[in-house]
Design a binder for this molecule. Structure first.
Ligand code: GRG
Length: 340
């Protein structure tokens, strides 16, 4: 679930930006260019022994969704896209990158952002150190952004690590659905929320608007992750560009699976018998996917995603009617409707 799998979010991809307003496209496009410059300036100038490892995932691309959201959030203040906003957006992307390096080590992931993962190419130690270097660079920029930003990031790091730890130790007899939800809040929701918070803060937005942006980020992160987990199980490789059931194969039970496992009746019973550990054969994967299709798991997970989407829209209700708000609204609809 939370292994940070790649997923396309058209409309927010740098280079093909369509935020529904020409002037906004232009401003955010320029801001994203400056974020790229900041990333390269800080990460390319490190010692040669680090450079190619740290630049590996930067160059591999990614949607740059978090920095883009930070830039949009700065639209609510008097200093949209100012230098500090750009630096804060770069810090968020560096932190995201650091978590991807570390996450891939823990998941033993072979690929990331369409390329070989750093751990697969150079081994775990190098990948961990590359992530650490990103955090070191991010800390340096944060120091210039002031104590509130440093303090905010200390909390954000703490939550990211807590989420990863919670996922690692498992539900330990607690409610698995509450556990899943908490883990994705901590692993995915918190950093997107942070992008909204820091973009608003450094753009000069009011306290109320900053809170709304933070709440929106948290909620859209939840929609994004739940929908991603549904797609992993129910979309064909042609639709998603990925092998179906990756999480299942890795022994990771995401929300649709957890709902299906809790079902009474034949489907739940057979699934409980099958999912006692990672699935070892293609036949088992096919059977599990077929059982999941017969279960209520997809519908119930989609319902949860729609509740978070509604929460995101409620946060937008706190913001003025503006091109950025309309772009954020469209993003909720798009993210929730990726399910088709
Ligand atoms: C503080 C370095 C550090 C680690 C904390 C490893 C870890 C502990 C947390 C992992 C958090 C994590 C990787 C969550 C997954 C988040 C997620 C949805 C990633 C995928 O995001 P996309 O699709 O990726 O936006 P791109 O590649 O487009 O940027």
């Amino acid at each position: 679930m939370t292994n940070g799998r790649e997923a396309a979010t058209p409309g927010v991809v740098a280079g093909s930006l369509n935020l529904g307003d020409e002037a906004l496209n232009e401003r955010v496009g320029r801001g994203l260019g400056l974020v790229e410059d900041t990333l390269y300036a800080h990460l390319e100038r490190g010692d040669e022994v680090l450079r190619d490892k740290v630049m590996h995932l930067v160059r591999a691309g990614g949607k740059r969704f978090r920095p883009m959201f930070a830039l949009l959030a700065s639209e609510y203040g008097e200093r949209p896209m100012c230098e500090d906003v750009v630096r804060a957006a770069a810090v968020v992307e560096m932190t995201h990158l650091a978590t991807l390096y570390h996450d891939d080590v823990m998941d033993e992931a072979a690929r990331r952002r369409g390329v070989e993962s750093a751990n697969a190419r150079w081994g775990n130690s190098v990948a961990i150190l590359a992530g650490d270097h990103l955090l070191a660079q991010a800390s340096g920029i944060m120091a210039d952004l002031g104590t509130p930003t440093v303090k905010h990031f200390a909390e954000t790091f703490g939550t990211l690590v807590t989420g990863q730890m919670r996922e690692t130790v498992g539900a330990q007899g607690g409610d698995p659905i509450a556990h899943y939800t908490r883990v994705i809040e901590e692993k995915t929701g918190v950093l997107i929320a942070s992008a909204g918070y820091l973009g608003g803060l450094h753009g000069g937005a009011s306290e109320r608007h900053i809170r709304a942006l933070q709440g929106y980020g948290h909620a859209i992160g939840m929609v994004f992750q739940i929908v991603d987990d549904i797609i992993d199980l129910f979309s064909t490789p042609e639709e998603s560009g990925k092998v179906r059931g990756t999480d299942l194969r890795e022994g990771v039970w995401t929300l649709p699976v957890l709902y299906a496992l809790a079902e009474e009746g034949e489907v739940g019973q057979r699934l409980r018998g099958l999912l006692t550990g990672p699935l070892t054969s293609e036949e088992q994967v096919a059977e599990a996917l077929a059982l999941l299709e017969r279960s209520e798991g997809r519908r119930r997970a989609a319902h949860d995603a729609s509740v978070w989407a509604q929460r995101a829209r409620e946060c937008l209700g706190e913001l003025p009617d503006a091109p950025a708000t309309r772009a954020l609204e469209a993003l909720v609809t798009y993210t929730a409707e990726r399910l088709g």
